[in-house]
Design a protein around this ligand. Sequence first.
Ligand code: R5P
Length: 297
Amino acid sequence: MSGSNFALLAGPSSINFARSMARQIECEIVDFEFKEFPDGENYFRIISDVKGKNVLIVQSLYPPVDHHLVQLLFLSKKVTELGGFVYAICPYLGYSRQHREYLSGEVVSLKTVGHLMASVGVRRLLTIDIHNVEGLGLFPFPAFSVSAIPIMAEWVQKNEDLSDAIIVSPDFGSSTRVETFSKLVNRQYHVFEKERDKVTGEVKIKPIQLELEGKKAYIVDDMISSGGTVIKATKTLKEFGVKKVIAVCVHPVLAAGAVEKMFEAGVNKIIASNTIENKYGIVDVSNAVVGYLKLLG
Ligand code: R5P
């Protein structure tokens, strides 16, 4: 991207992710002023000249999701008014789990998010490991998802002792990701059958025939939110004699109380990426985005 017409704007939710991107690509940094008023309202002023530039606004939509979404909308609107072209980079795309009407009358939240973005001039979207690729079709402009699973696998292989390890997918939805992960770390994988009650949200896992006694299990998923999925899988794995459980995810949403509940249930460690800026997001996956942008030239 050297010498390209791209400029990078580090949104308030993704300062470190954007900094890491900036270390890997040569592009102008958009200077802006930002403050949050005591009542929680946001104030922004774009200082750099963005006219005619493709502005990459990096803003992950993790909790508080609505707050981070509004910040992205405000920034996009102003960049558009100043003559820039907005390319939204949302390492984690909040609302991506509501990409369809599961029960009649439900709001397809992701569709509305896409329309809001379009209304403030967003022209393209790039995210990482979207929950379901079907969601990309809801955006009224080109939307793409890149995978951080190869980077996560490389990190795990370098930093963890994988002898006696098995890789577990807590449901069929994650099985393709887990298959890729397990091939890259060269370990066997197993898929659990999971059922979530669409009304209560309760998750049930049906165990399958496994040889797990004394093993170490890496549960790999796209995200951990309430921790319910990982907890169910951990309990089943422990029943089967697994000695250590490590939860690996791309997006550590980790809603209030999730971490405590997971450790109580027997999870020994959480390894996650920096799509969400918290203490578990230790694996830098910004290269997945940078690699994609380099392809665009
Ligand atoms: C679901 O299909 C996803 O892949 C995750 O398993 C799920 O969203 C995690 O959510 P929670 O931590 O609330 O169970």
